[in-house]
Design a binder for this molecule. Structure first.
Ligand code: ADQ
Length: 480
């Protein structure tokens, strides 16, 4: 029997991406297909998404979706079914999915994503002729009101709420409650009410049949105040209904043997060819060209990602003969500080501010090591891309970073299992030590090759996790 799942996400690669959520939402349909799940993705109709749809016909219309007219349009996400909520008043704007061109969040985000979730709940519940679903799977706060709407509509469809990042919760004042079109009783401690206001993620976590997050370690961490960010009590109260399923990567997109972005393709058997990518990357970033270690960073520039601590160790890294290439965008102060570090170290440190998918591939192929000093990391994808591309990950021991990188301690090295370097706390001395260790490992050519090979051979495909999601869906549908 095929299970029909509606995956509700505010971004999905390749159509619209600001971060890791898009990679995962974009990869899930193909990951689930071999396990008897037909996944349909539903997205908001941002201009980029509408442009990709072309002249598709509406399959449903809402004269008033939380007060604005909207249509549902059918399309394709790769080879998989896609639905798009075309509501111009909410989504037809220049800028990003969540913020304007200047990086300021849209003031009506609560209404935009409540409307999106409302539409998705109706679709999941079977309101549109010809579309039927066995389960709704909502991602992050932007989709989190879907399980809540299902609950207060009295629809018994099972639902899964996935946390990709607990730091973003969709927390608003109580005054928006009236605009959500929910019954009065929903404004309750075990409903959508959160610290006197409205919490979108909180509402979804309360209403969903099961909760998942994107690694087993993060699933444990969010039971504690440091990582639960106010929702740790709720997570603990949902006990066995909280699961950690680690992300995979799309191995068609991220394969160094076939990647069209690279100067030179390579595999685990032809690792020496990688050098052409390193030389190309040095040229692209105007870095000195030599055989010393080249570190890369590819990230959103936020507190989460530990970029302030990276800035503190730049001088140390350069002092040891390292070079650093950074690609990122986000916090303006961090952007400025990175530019200043590059100006201090011409030929040694170079920064690209912006978002560039192809460049991120070239960096994974040409860098020797990727630095991921996150303060918390639900799963993390750039370390997985690093593993696949022989770019050795140097990561903080948290969340999915702890679960996916095997530290090069003596035992792991002796067993040939080591794939990277882990360090404990995100502060100067721990990161500086990790960089020392990495450079020392790099100088032992055979050891370094061993790390690269073990990483490239490790299984970061979606097969195991696809299976885990499919099992969870099946159990929830059976329980219904
Ligand atoms: N400037 C830039 N140019 C090009 N590409 C860039 C870029 N900045 C980032 N990227 C890309 O965006 C993605 C980021 O994914 P991550 O998983 O590392 O973090 P993010 O915090 O966005 O995701 C959240 O959701 C994901 C998915 O579950 C979790 O893995 C993660 O821990 C959680 O914080 C990667 O594909 C990366 O290559």
């Amino acid at each position: 029997m095929t299970l029909r799942v509606l995956s509700i996400a505010s971004e999905a690669a390749p159509l619209i991406k600001t971060g890791g959520l898009a990679d995962v939402a974009g990869a899930l349909p193909a990951a689930l297909a071999p396990h008897g799940v037909e996944m349909t993705t539903i997205l908001p109709g941002y201009p980029k998404v509408m442009a990709a749809l072309g002249k598709a016909k509406a399959v449903h219309t809402w004269p008033s979706l939380l007060g604005e007219p909207a249509r549902l349009i059918k399309g394709k996400l790769g080879a998989h079914p896609l639905l798009v909520v075309d509501a111009p008043a909410f989504f037809a704007r220049d800028g990003g999915p969540y913020a304007d061109g200047g990086g300021r969040d849209w003031g009506d985000n609560w209404r935009r994503f409540a409307a999106f979730a409302r539409a998705a709940a109706e679709v999941a519940a079977g309101a549109v002729k010809g579309l039927a679903f066995d389960l709704a799977h909502a991602h992050d706060w932007q989709a989190a009101m879907t399980p809540a709407y299902l609950r207060y509509d009295g629809v018994s469809l099972p639902s899964v709420m996935t946390i990709h990042n607990m730091a973003f919760q969709g927390h608003y004042g109580a005054d928006i409650f009236g605009g959500l079109a929910l019954p009065r009783e929903a404004f309750a401690f075990d409903g959508v009410e959160y610290h006197g206001g409205v919490g979108f993620l909180k509402a979804g976590l309360e209403a969903a049949s099961a909760i998942t997050t994107v690694s087993p370690t993060y699933a444990r961490e969010i039971r504690e105040a440091q990582f639960g960010m106010g929702l740790e009590g709720l997570i603990r109260s949902r006990g066995a209904r909280v699961h950690g399923i680690v992300n995979g990567i799309d191995t068609a997109e991220w394969n160094p043997e076939t990647d069209p972005a690279l100067a030179q393709r390579f595999s685990v058997r032809t690792l020496p060819r990688r050098i052409a990518n390193k030389r190309a990357l040095e040229a692209e970033f105007a870095l000195d060209s030599h055989d010393g270690p080249l570190f890369v960073v590819i990230t959103r520039l936020t507190w989460q990602k530990g970029m302030d601590v990276l800035l503190e160790v730049v001088d140390h890294l350069v002092g040891l003969g390292g070079r650093l290439a950074v690609l990122g965008s986000g916090d303006a102060a961090l952007e400025g500080a990175l530019h200043a570090a590059a100006a201090r170290h011409p030929g040694k440190v170079s920064v690209r501010i912006g978002y560039d998918e192809a460049l991120s591939h070239r960096m994974q192929a040409g860098g020797d090591a990727i630095l991921v000093p996150s303060r918390f990391e639900p799963c993390g994808l750039t370390q997985l891309y690093g593993l696949a591309y022989g770019c050795v990950p140097v990561v903080s021991r948290t969340g999915g970073l702890a679960d996916t990188v095997v530290d090069a301690n003596l035992a792991a090295l002796a067993a040939g299992a080591a794939t990277g370097v882990q360090f404990n706390a995100v502060h100067y001395s721990a990161l500086a030590d990790a960089i020392d260790r990495t450079i020392s490992l790099y100088s032992q050519t055979d050891v370094w090759r061993g790390l690269q090979r073990a990483g490239m051979k490790s299984d970061f495909s979606w097969s195991r996790s696809g299976n885990a999601y499919a099992d969870l869906y099946a159990a929830l549908v059976e329980d219904r």
